[in-house]
Design a protein around this ligand. Structure first.
Ligand SMILES: [Zn+2]
Ligand SMILES: [Zn+2]
Length: 267
């Protein structure tokens, strides 16, 4: 079975990932416009008709901008927890409120859709409720952890399960410290319910490297407090300290914010 993964956008101005097989796909988050989603999918020969569900991680604007449209206009089921759904329908950025398209998955629950086995789990962040997803297809495991302030034992267990890992590397600690953000915002970002820094992610990966990980995509990079190259290097250096060679033992990719990534295909 051929599995395809692409990031259509990643970062605080919008997040959207596609994961699919030949004729069945899902989106994780939909924080960009419908046109951008359609174009990004069209460029990899995927039509919106073959997108059968959207899984939402939390109710911040950069993850939900398009869920009303995808759900109510295109009739694509939108899955998340009850709490996230309440948050979505309270959100200023969702003009079409979700009703018939709202579907539920709770933390600790596993759902089967076609060849996809999808589990939801808790991550520490400051949305109304915050979810990571672990998706198993044909014996391959993808874990999505975007927007989390620190790595809890639960988050760690899903990171270690993954063959293909999408994990946040939001900011460079020095850039955030020296940058122009107001103090309260710096505190929020670096706090336990904010975001992961390059170093936190790099150190965790180096300390807990599991042989089964083949690809790591660093996601949700900050525009103001990070660079793709810097995030990549930080992880590469930390892994090298432990004798793990990027490009040989594992692939690491820092995802761009507003342009789609390459298309990754796995058999
Ligand atoms: Zn976000
Ligand atoms: Zn967030």
């Amino acid at each position: 079975m051929k599995i395809r993964f692409i990031s259509l956008a990643s970062g605080s101005s919008g997040n959207c990932y596609y994961l699919g097989t030949e004729n069945y796909g899902i989106l994780i988050d939909a924080g960009i416009g419908i046109r951008t989603i359609k174009k990004g999918l069209k460029d990899i020969n995927v039509s919106l008709d073959s997108v059968h569900a959207v899984f939402v991680t939390h109710d911040h604007a950069d993850h939900i901008k398009c869920v009303g449209c995808l759900g109510e206009k295109y009739n694509i089921p939108v899955y998340s927890t009850h709490k996230v759904h309440e948050g979505i329908n309270r959100s200023y950025c969702v003009t079409e409120k979700l009703s018939t398209c709202a579907h539920y998955i709770e933390k600790g629950e596993t759902l089967c859709l076609k060849d996809f086995k999808i589990s939801a789990f808790e991550v520490p962040h400051d949305g109304t409720d915050n979810i990571g997803y672990c998706i198993e297809i044909d014996g391959k495991t993808f874990s999505f952890l975007t927007d989390l302030g620190h790595i809890t034992p639960t988050a760690a267990s899903y990171i270690c399960k993954a063959n293909y890992l999408i994990l946040e590397a939001n900011y460079d600690e020095e850039m955030l410290k020296m940058g122009s953000y107001p103090g309260y915002l710096k505190k929020r970002i670096s706090g336990p319910n904010g975001h992961l820094s390059n170093m936190e992610t790099a150190e965790f990966l180096a300390e807990n490297f599991c042989e089964n990980i083949k690809y790591i995509w660093l996601c949700h990079l900050s525009k103001d407090n990070n660079h793709p190259e810097l995030a990549f290097k930080t992880v590469e250096w930390k892994l090298r300290d432990k004798g793990i060679i990027v490009g040989k033992d594992v692939q690491v990719i820092a995802l761009k914010r507003s342009i789609p990534s390459d298309l990754y295909e796995f058999e």
